[in-house]
Design a protein around this ligand. Structure first.
Ligand code: NAP
Length: 282
């Protein structure tokens, strides 16, 4: 079974659009997401366009603020401070990566935790690990949504996550643990990775290496979630961290790249924006 993140996100966005359509009558306005984009990295521009398009579909007001990469850290902090104080703004997202002269942590820490739709603020991260109400970051949340939609039982399963980044590997491992999977986290220093991945009943791969997970690394019936977004060195096309053609025949459930986790990440950004709006409106 191939889980199409594209189809699932279309369905969820349509449901959100219905909900948001009722907001003006109830709350006098719709949620407002502000995306700050620094510099002219084409990939970042494309991600930001995707976020604006999804906002339009859902009925969320989207403002994209473009700044040149000559902006100073202080100027960016001042911009965020203004957005934090602006009552008409529900969600603030600063598109990463930022230019080298800007300290990303300082910028993320400056976003009000109530408007941190990416869920990257240390207080939201801490709340996740302490099982307190928080904004869960979009990619891990999207992965869980996909598993749920595919009817995958997480409880009691052996889950292996390859990658331990703050934005994907660690939070998705925590969400799986919270749903009672037995979780192993692997990374670049893991010894004999294939012997561990072959034990996985659920395998989440977030490393950023084209087609790294080969058929012999996966057992029959495994649920495989491919988070990677890479350029195929030969064709230049988008590909995942999993060798899809080799792994798909063995997997019980698998996500494609493109059209898998990526669209669900944007979908969950919409969910988080609505969540921030509702918390602020109640
Ligand atoms: P990252 O911060 O670079 O982390 C990569 C992780 O993979 C690290 O923990 C690293 O281990 C591990 N790793 C690297 N090489 C490995 C190897 N040979 N064996 C085992 N582990 C290895 O990356 P990220 O931000 O988590 O992103 C991972 C991928 O997901 C990228 O392709 C990214 O573009 C994609 N992504 C997609 C979405 C989406 O919405 N679809 C969202 C976010 C990210 P160490 O910790 O030991 O260095």
């Amino acid at each position: 079974m191939i889980i199409s993140g594209k189809e699932l996100s279309t369905k969820l966005k349509a449901e959100m659009a219905e909900e948001v359509a009722g907001f003006p009558a109830k709350y006098g306005r719709v949620p407002h997401l502000v995306v700050v984009l620094v510099g002219d990295d084409p990939a970042s521009h494309s991600y930001v366009r995707g976020k604006a398009k999804a906002s339009e579909v859902v009925g969320i007001k989207n403002t994209t603020i473009l700044k040149p990469d000559t902006i100073t850290e202080e100027e960016l902090l001042a911009l965020i401070s203004g957005l934090n104080a602006d009552d008409t703004v529900d969600g603030i997202l600063v598109q990463l990566p930022l230019p080298g002269h800007i300290n990303e942590s300082r910028i993320i820490n400056a976003i009000s935790k109530e408007k941190d739709v990416d869920g990257f603020h240390p207080l939201n991260v801490a709340a996740l690990w302490m099982k307190q109400p928080c904004i869960v970051s979009c990619t891990p949340k999207g992965i869980i949504r996909m598993l749920e939609a595919a009817g995958v039982e997480i409880k009691g399963k052996r889950a292996v996550v390859i990658g331990r980044s703050q934005i994907v590997g660690l939070p998705v491992a925590k969400l799986l643990l919270d749903r009672n999977a037995t979780v192993t986290i692997c990374h670049s220093k893991t010894v004999d990775l294939p012997s561990i991945t072959r034990q996985a009943e659920i395998l989440v791969v977030a490393i950023g290496r084209p087609r790294f997970v080969t058929g012999d690394m996966v057992s029959e019936g495994t649920v495989v979630i491919d988070v990677g977004v890479n350029r195929d060195p030969e064709t230049g096309k988008l590909c995942g961290d999993v060798d899809f053609d080799a792994v798909e025949p063995k997997a019980s459930v698998i996500t494609p790249v493109p059209g898998g986790v990526g669209p669900m990440t944007i979908c969950c950004l919409m969910e988080n924006t609505i969540e921030c709006f509702l918390r602020r409106s109640s």
